[in-house]
Write a protein of this length. Structure first.
Length: 107
């Protein structure tokens, strides 16, 4: 069974937040928490609820497995997670946009 290291988890969250140029204040607003709460998560002082874990995954565009354990998901898994965050009514439109982008690369 895998164990969760809160300090490492916080470091992964901070690193990804910084990669995306998101401030603690912005992430706090997206998660409906205080910037201090985000700082505590990033320092490994506090954990996150399931609800906040899903919000972190969605807003930071990383898998929950990566947040919790550092497991790097395959790119296919990332694409599926992103598409699944899209409303069903917009998925076909999103797929068409992705096809257009791929076609523009002339593979």
């Amino acid at each position: 069974m895998k164990t969760i290291d809160s300090k490492s988890m916080g470091e992964r969250i901070r690193h990804r937040r910084e990669e995306l140029n998101i401030s603690r204040e912005q992430l706090a607003e997206l998660l409906d928490v205080s910037p201090k709460f985000i700082a505590d998560i990033e320092c490994g002082i506090r954990g996150v609820s399931l609800k906040r874990l899903v919000l972190l995954s969605t807003n930071l565009l990383i898998s929950t497995d990566y947040i919790l354990f550092g497991d790097s998901p395959s790119s296919n898994h990332i694409f599926l997670e992103l598409i699944n965050t899209c409303p069903d009514t917009k998925k076909l439109q999103l797929i068409n946009i992705i096809k257009q982008i791929i076609d523009s690369y002339n593979f």
